[in-house]
Design a protein around this ligand. Sequence first.
Ligand code: KPL
Length: 299
Amino acid sequence: MMREWTILGAGALGCTFAALLTEQKRPVSLMLSDRRRRHFHPAFEFIALNERRRLVSPHYRFAEQAADIECLLVMTKAYQVLPALGSLRGLPREVPVILLHNGMGIAEDVAKLLPHNPLLAGVTSHGALREGNSQVRHTGKGETWLGPVNEKGKAFSHLTKPLASALGHAGWSEDILSLQRRKLAINAVINPLTACHNIYNGQLSEPRFADVVEQLSQEVHTVLSALGETETLEQYRRRLNSVIELTATNYSSMHQDLAHGRPTEIDYITGYLLKHAGELPVPVCQQLYQEVKKHEGQV
Ligand code: KPL
């Protein structure tokens, strides 16, 4: 039986996953929040990496139809995850729930909210951008990894197969926490710096940012090493520089959030590091956290 994918969160990335899955004839529905429901377009134009444009008309679902969900991919903003899942009354307890949002620190609360469901987490490095109310552009192809958060989640490695054929890559990792932290390490440098300085990602390679990027990288690396990550500072620097290069012309998601007057995911990125820093000195993280919060308060 082909399981229907329900994607919770119709942002740029959620729509991109929906478009790529429907292209492979996978059954997909997009679940809209009450806010989006008020002004949603029944179809959106998907602009693929090769500029090919296609109209996508997924099946839409709303919170009250939670009982029909077969497999749930959560792709909302981090701060929307708990309220959105909390509104799904009647979600069957055998339905796998995959957390694919940016940032960390939410899975523990989701596990309490949905104690019976198989729970998985994932990371993706695909990029996407909303270009208008009903236009979504796929800006970068990347890797997608899933892994179990709880015992029941361990039985769902087969979900990577349909995702791999739609997305070009999807793998399974028993240590998804580590992959999430490695992604957070990248976001913790690029996102707040680009948001606070109003620059695109590639500008972080300019000499004027060299010191702050280096200090911040050291802080992030120290905290994550204390949590058990084994990547060396040099390996991390190389990975960071390659993401900056690969996404040079992008505005980071946090930059876009501030530019559009939306709340950011700072609490789940830099906030996660501050929470786990303990006695470790993290002055640049603290300063950027406060700066982003200040900008958020002004929008
Ligand atoms: O994931 C990203 C984000 O903007 O949230 C990066 C990798 C920084 C690309 O912009």
